[in-house]
Design a protein around this ligand. Structure first.
Ligand code: ZN
Length: 362
């Protein structure tokens, strides 16, 4: 046999042909988020519920499926666009924190669709570029998409490997960026092509955006209880990105700006726990603010239980994105901890071990 076969899967399709890890591990038997006891081993890159010979015990007392950042922008660094190599390095760095699955929901010039999967790189689900018309998103890293080009632009991203499409359904004002019929047409075309739609929706038009059939609401800070009910019924996920919206305002921010932030944060506080209780899938996502652990802390501070917040960053997010968690035959993505992160989320900042696809990377 010659060189190891290298997967050239772009755009985040989980590769089937990355060289299998030969490492053998036994993971800690307290499985989070729920904490049930179960003996689990790793061989050939996958979990096994049957004992594996010559397996070494991973350090740590608690095992959590690989963490998920469901709203990332790996091709932005300090609000500046970066090219594919730096975006790849940013993705790789997340692995060291135990973030082993990343949904990237917007990259300047679609550079995330050129990231090539390789061993040790967290799994990436990339949407490519943002879809927004001229004047409706940050000009410095946005190529405008006028309404009549919306569907063709989306399908071009799908053709390049995107499994999600990101539409900026609203932005600086309450007015929708594309009318409801255009949004509905976009969703239908993207679904027909086998991909899903994530919508940036921060104002009250979110109810029309949900009605258009999108699959996840990003931010959703002006959601209302009735729209949350529709999301629960239809299986629409919510990525609140609390850390981003709770960013301290600049010292010279106007009283109106401060009041607006207070109203949005109050609304999050009012709706988050009921949304989870009604069955809306909550996703932990960092956007451009803080770490995933910061977001998990925010989810708890705004009303989720620690177990719900951990599910938003692991099992629930993985299931929603079509990736398995800890179970027989599943790809072995796991993070271990000495201390119980349900008791103190600070434990999440100190992984004892990180294993991705059966290979220990930290
Ligand atoms: Zn974002």
């Amino acid at each position: 046999m010659g060189e190891v076969q290298r997967a050239v899967t772009k755009g985040g399709a989980v590769p089937s042909s990355v060289a299998q890890s030969q490492e053998r591990w036994r993971i800690p038997s307290t499985l989070l988020p729920e904490g049930e006891g179960q003996d689990v081993w790793i061989a050939d890159g996958r979990f096994s519920l049957a004992p594996v010979d010559r397996a070494e015990a991973l350090p740590g007392r608690f095992a959590l499926p690989g963490l998920v950042d469901a709203h990332a922008h790996v091709a932005l660094a300090d609000w500046k666009p970066v090219e594919t190599p730096r975006a790849t390095a940013a993705l790789r760095a997340l692995g060291g924190q135990g973030v082993l699955l990343v949904r990237d929901v917007g990259a300047p010039h679609s550079v995330t669709l050129d990231i090539v999967h390789e061993a040790g790189l967290p799994r990436l689900i990339a949407a490519g570029r943002w879809l927004a018309p001229r004047g409706r998103f940050f000009e410095s890293f946005h190529d405008p998409v006028q309404p009549d080009a919306l569907i063709s632009a989306a399908l071009a991203e799908v053709a390049r490997g995107a499994r999600w499409i990101k539409v900026v359904a609203d932005w600086a004002t309450d007015e929708l960026s594309y009318d409801p019929d255009s949004l509905r047409g976009l969703v239908e075309a993207v679904h027909r092509a086998g991909a899903r739609v994530a919508a940036h929706a921060q104002w009250t038009g979110v109810r029309d955006v949900v009605a258009a059939g999108v699959d996840s609401i990003e931010h959703g800070c002006s959601l209302d209880a009735a729209t949350v009910d529709v999301m629960a019924a239809r299986g629409v996920a919510w990525t609140p990105t609390l850390t981003a919206f709770n960013r301290p305002l600049r010292a010279d921010a106007s009283p109106e700006r401060r009041e607006r932030q207070r109203v949005l944060l109050d609304n999050y506080q009012t709706l988050l726990a009921p949304a989870a209780a009604r069955g809306v899938t909550i996703l932990a996502g960092t956007d451009t603010a803080g770490t995933l652990v910061d977001e998990i802390r925010h989810l708890i501070a705004f009303g989720l239980t620690p177990v719900q917040a951990l599910r938003a960053a692991t099992t629930d997010a993985r299931a929603f994105l079509g990736v398995t968690s800890i179970g027989a035959g599943a790809p072995a993505d796991v993070v271990t901890f000495e201390e119980d992160p349900r008791e103190d989320s600070a434990a999440l900042t100190r992984p004892a071990a990180v294993v991705l696809g059966g290979m220990r990377i930290a």
